[in-house]
Ligand binder design. Structure first.
Ligand code: BGC
Length: 766
């Protein structure tokens, strides 16, 4: 039966019943159709008119507690208790709440069987039969663990990043998840903040491209598709600007910085069609993000026309009280919903207090209805009513997918950034006599998964040791010593490690951070290698044996000593399931590294915050003493944004800019020739930067405006062309208007944020 006919049946049925009966009949009609012809349910999203009709029909039948239920998200994981009676009574309590329609969404419920069990109670056992929305943090993979998002951003490949999100969506969806709390699109300029690992780094343009790619990957074009999930851009907004890099901390910044740095990735996510947004924990200039009407309503809905729903972060509504913004949980609930937070995550303030807040007139019925409408509209849009259940057969088929593992390897290899390669020490030969593999992360199966890895993190990640052994010649002797612990000082065997290193032809030394050193509430004031790892590096270095240091970490680490002394340095991040294979493919040259830093690496923590798109100041750093710099450390970073080496060399030439004198509505065409000068094929990420030299508001020394990842065979050259409307050269003036001001602009096309061909153009007054 075609969908149109199905709707006719639904409407006809509706006309013959009383209000309540009509509702039940309509739900039953949909349910029957789903059960008898599952294939029918997919494909066509409902037309807006019928969605609106269904929505209003539902709303009209709902009691206030049922409405508040749709605005309530609770923890719904399996209840385990050593006392089976307690577990059972808590489980029954949860089931009762579902049956009474008092919960509309869950987090923490995984697996087709379990989610189906809860869903059945909602669909068949509750008065209105509205299906539950199961949300989970699918941050960088579900069964298949991909690199942490910060690493993925270093690929500068939206195609790969989109593919990873799509694979994660398919796996999660098969296990009952219909909604992911991702992508995390917070710009982060402070590596002390543990959540840098979850985002795409420091740049608003790169961050926006990655945000849109992930939304496309998770949601696809067809919200009804059986392998997609609803995405949620988080944490709205400016969460990454926490003072001191301390999680949940105060944010105080100008509206301009908010608009130019922190808002763009959210806007990109909205433009890519993201279905939901999560409000952040932090305050912004005195008003908590979760009660910030300016951000949640004026900008999000007023300026960007976002029509999905907003969910709070975990208990962030309740936290309006300790923020000192609400005097009670009831008032917190009212402030949040009035500001534009539609769904409460786990503070229980909506379910407990919004009834009294409507009764005393603080919150009107129309505010509640609008929030419910947004939630239900999303449930309708993703086909939850037609397909409320997960299919255990699909779940089983995706529990371990070879195709997804191959994709994870592809992402992992492309995420690696080669930071130093003196004397072309890399790539290594596979037939060395003795290769020492040393370090606490060299044979670690857990930490390389990284923070907030999915269900698949229970399985072992491929280690560097294992992957090296699989690649060397049968004659090569691979000697492994851990050398020291990853953190703390428990199992030091630096002497043993040095002894093994001294007899080897080369050393691969794998050091870094445990996965638990980054992520939520995992901030550091020290960006060095934890524990005694630096002593290990120094000890091995003293042997004089050629040493390659591989870093596995969730944030930029200040490895100034290492970068200065060891000949080769590889930034591998936490790369997920295929970590070892990816690193070994780079070490032996099976894969030519092409990653570029999505975030600046500081020399030491005292330089933080440090980012490439800073202002020039009135006294830009120079040899002169009285300029903006430090006495004890150069002002430049250890490695700049956009930086990354290759086993080949790319030469940039012949920058062309057209027109050189542009009008406001012109389109600029900027191009350069890139030649592969070496004898290996490889990818290069060609980057386009601009600087507005003089403006009514001082502008950053450089701003990324475009990039292109290209592939060149040895000796091959290509022209890379960027097309950019002059409109993109603007900024927010003192009246908060977006303007392009006439004048001179510098332009660079280059391999990173420091080097490149330089040119200039003029934008003329209209
Ligand atoms: C985090 C969010 C996450 C949520 C649900 C919060 O503590 O800040 O990023 O999505 O928990 O797990």
């Amino acid at each position: 039966m075609p969908l149109i006919q199905m709707r006719t049946v639904y409407l006809k049925l509706s006309l013959n019943f009383t209000a309540f009966g009509r509702w039940i009949a309509s739900v039953a009609a949909i349910a029957v159709l789903v059960i008898t012809s599952p294939a029918l349910s997919a494909a066509i999203p409902p037309e807006p008119a019928s969605t609106a009709l269904q929505l209003e029909a539902m709303l009209g039948r709902m009691t206030l507690p049922e409405k508040l239920g749709q605005l309530t998200l609770e923890w719904g994981g399996r209840i385990n208790d050593t006392n089976p009676q307690i577990a059972q009574s808590k489980t029954e309590e949860l089931h009762t709440l579902i049956r009474e329609g008092k919960i509309g969404a869950f987090l923490g419920a995984h697996g087709a069987a379990y989610t189906n069990e809860l869903q059945k109670i909602a669909v068949e056992g509750s008065r209105l039969g509205i299906p539950l929305l199961f949300g989970n943090d699918v941050i960088h993979g579900y069964n298949t663990i991909f690199p942490i998002p910060l690493a993925e951003a270093c690929t500068w490949s939206p195609e790969l990043v989109e593919a990873a999100a799509a694979a994660a969506a398919a796996e999660a969806r098969a296990s009952g998840t219909r909604w992911t709390f991702a992508p995390m699109v917070d710009i982060a300029r402070d590596p002390r903040w543990g959540r840098v690992a979850e985002g795409s780094g420091e740049d608003p343009y790169l961050g926006s491209v990655m945000a849109a790619a992930r939304v496309r990957g998770f949601q696809g074009d067809d919200p009804f598709a059986a392998d997609k999930v609803l995405a949620c851009a988080k944490h709205y907004v400016a969460y990454g600007a926490a003072e001191g890099g301390r999680d949940y901390n105060t944010v105080d910044l100008s509206r301009r910085t908010l608009r130019e740095i922190y808002l763009p990735p959210f806007q990109a996510a909205v433009e890519a069609g993201v279905g939901s947004i999560m409000s952040a924990f932090n305050e912004i200039n005195g008003v908590p993000a979760t009660a910030n009407r300016f951000a949640l309503t004026d900008v999000l809905r007023g300026e960007w026309n976002f029509d999905g729903f907003v969910v709070s972060d975990y208990n962030s509504v309740g936290e309006l009280v300790p923020h000192g913004y609400a005097d009670s949980p009831a008032r917190a609930a009212a402030l949040a919903i009035l500001a534009g937070v539609d769904m409460d995550m786990c503070s229980k303030t909506y379910s407990a207090h919004l009834q009294e807040m409507t009764q005393d007139g603080t919150v009107s019925d129309s505010v509640i209805n609008e929030a419910v409408r947004r939630v239900l509209r999303s449930k309708l849009r993703i086909g939850l009513f037609q397909q409320p259940y997960a299919d255990p057969a699909v779940e089983a088929s995706l529990r371990s997918s070879q195709a997804h593992q191959e994709l994870a390897l592809s992402l992992a290899r492309s995420s690696i950034v080669l930071l130093k390669n003196e004397g072309n020490l890399l790539p290594l030969r596979t037939d060395l006599r003795t290769l020492a593999v040393i370090g606490p992360l060299a044979d670690d199966t857990k930490n390389p998964h990284g923070t907030w890895a999915g269900i698949g993190a229970g399985a072992a990640a491929v280690t560097v040791l294992e992957a090296i052994k699989a690649r060397v010649s049968p004659e090569t002797s691979v000697r492994f010593v851990k050398g020291c612990d990853l953190a703390g000082v428990h199992e030091d065997d630096i002497t043993g490690a040095v002894a093994v290193a001294s007899k080897a032809d080369a050393v691969v030394l794998v050091v870094g951070e445990p996965e638990s050193y980054s992520g939520e509430a995992h901030c550091r004031t020290n960006l060095q290698l934890p524990g005694t790892q630096l002593d290990l590096v120094k000890g091995v270095h003293r042997t004089g044996v050629p040493t390659i240091v591989v870093l596995m970490n969730g944030r930029p680490l200040s490895v100034a000593w290492t970068a200065e002394h060891v000949p080769a340095l590889v930034e591998a991040w936490h790369l997920g399931a295929q970590s070892g294979n990816a690193v070994a493919d780079v070490l032996f040259g099976k894969f030519n590294p092409a990653g570029k830093l999505a975030i600046t690496i500081p020399r030491n923590v005292g330089q933080v915050p440090i980012y490439y798109n800073h202002k020039n100041t009135g006294r830009p750093p120079s040899e002169d003493r009285w300029t903006s710099k430090y006495l004890d450390t150069p002002w430049t970073p250890l490695f700049p944004f956009g930086f990354g080496l290759s086993y080949t060399e790319f030469a940039y030439s012949d920058l062309r800019i057209s027109p050189l004198e542009a009008d406001m509505d012109d389109n600029l065409v900027l191009s350069a020739t890139i030649r592969n000068k070496g004898d290996r094929a490889g990818h290069e990420v060609v980057q386009l930067y601009f600087r507005d030299i003089v403006a009514s508001i001082t502008r950053p020394v450089k701003e990324l405006k475009g990039f292109r990842r290209i592939w060149l065979e040895p000796g091959q050259a290509t022209r890379v062309e960027f097309s950019l409307p002059v409109h993109r050269l603007g900024f927010y003036n003192s009246r908060s208007e977006y303007v392009v001001e006439p004048g001179r602009f510098k332009v660079w096309i280059g391999p990173n944020s420091v080097n490149g061909l330089e040119g200039a153009l003029t934008v003329q007054r209209r």
